[in-house]
Design a protein around this ligand. Sequence first.
Ligand code: GRF
Length: 202
Amino acid sequence: LTVAVLISGAGSNLRALLEAAADPQYPAEIVVVGADREADGFAHAEEFGIPSFMVPFDAFDSRERWGAELSSQLSVWRPDLVVLSGLMRLLPHAVVADWSPRIVNTHPAHLPEFPGAHAVRDALAAQATRTGASVILVDDGVDTGPILAQERVPVLPDDDEHTLHARIKPVERRLLIDVVRRIADGDLDLDAVAASHAPPAP
Ligand code: GRF
């Protein structure tokens, strides 16, 4: 299974996937890393000799034009699966339509709890005693897609955003590596999952 990974930041989840995929027994291969900005995570792609591309969001005069360029860059690699792993940008509907259902996302909360870009901060603000990590199929909503894997993560009384996120990420990575393996092995049928999922309310 060939995989394209899209990031915006440190790419620690990307690195975990690169390390897993370095094992010849792992049934998936990362073929390209893309980002919407100069992501620190590009360093991991370089280290593993994986090509990368950048489609800077600020260079485009609309989300749709940015998305169209992103999608065409992705198409060059003809990936079997697109993994959003720390891409901090909502994809235009056209991009989701281009790649669905072969596009999954990692999220640092126990969806449907705490969707959106500040999941860790929101869990702390809500004084939650537990949160989680989720891997979902990307649909047209914001973190509303069908859940492929998720696991609870405890919140400790003296947690701040950094310590809580640091506890969530290893769980996210484990779930992501396992979901990609299951897709590659044919144990997880994304078409079937998408077919059984109601589209998000408009
Ligand atoms: C991850 O927790 C991801 O779910 C969230 O942002 C974080 C990205 O971390 N959207 P990294 O860039 O993989 O280190």
